[in-house]
Design a protein around this ligand. Sequence first.
Ligand code: R1P
Length: 293
Amino acid sequence: MEAIKESELILNPDGSVYHLNLLPHQIADTIITVGDPNRVNRVAKHFDNLEYSVDKREFHTKTGTYKGKRFTVISTGIGTDNIDIVLNELDALANINLETRTPKSEHKQLTFVRIGTSGSIQKSIPVDSFVVSQKGLGFDGLIFYYESDKAINPSFTKAIQKHLKIHPGKPKPYIIDGDEQVVKLLAEGQGIKLGITGSNVGFYGPQGRVLRAKLQDPSFIDQLVEFKCDNEIITNLEMETSAIFGLSKILGHRAAAINAIIANRATGNFSEQPKESVDKLILYTLNQLVKLD
Ligand code: R1P
């Protein structure tokens, strides 16, 4: 098999992957992703022991065990563009022999769980509640750079493309399923909501926020609120889940996402205790994930 060229699979002098600075033995099979680099410590502080720690750019990584289960927690920074780097490099660590630069013959499945913050678009989902993403709805277009036809949920993608009247210059929206088993496990807790999580390429205009710049599609959020398919609704908006779900499907990994709702776009409220909500979410998620095979 032909080796992947140095310009395509870039390795640092110590053999670690270019952006994440990690070697294969330094990652666990269960990987928690968070947007904010400061959140990595807030997850890892619960670990029984810390095995490995490295920071490069916005990608801060810690590997250790929690209640005996091995976890890696890594920050992705903000946005689906960073997810492209994080998922491809983590997959390379698991599924490419970095010495021969050839894919391994046996596939290793990783499990990605995003612990994030997000804004609810539904009145009925208040601040400080937790939402598990049954599906990711992407406006980012990232997965269309890959052979992604099989990754997409065809009926939901068709339904959202038919429903939304947005300017034709924007990438087509797509919907991807989260991993059923992990989604179910994360949704077990009392009061936890399930829904479709939308991810877009920006925080303001792309999520329908107006400060001074006017929007091209002012009814975008209203259209999202009204969408319903097989009794599933769009619950919340953030900036990473669609790409995590999409690339996980394409690369053969499991993915789920759970977000603390810190803003409610329908009522205009913002949480008075966002830090407490996220800390509660972290502990809840860790305690659920230790039950995973
Ligand atoms: C925007 O403030 C950031 O917060 C949300 C969005 O997805 C975006 O990354 O998630 P994190 O708190 O995980 O970063």
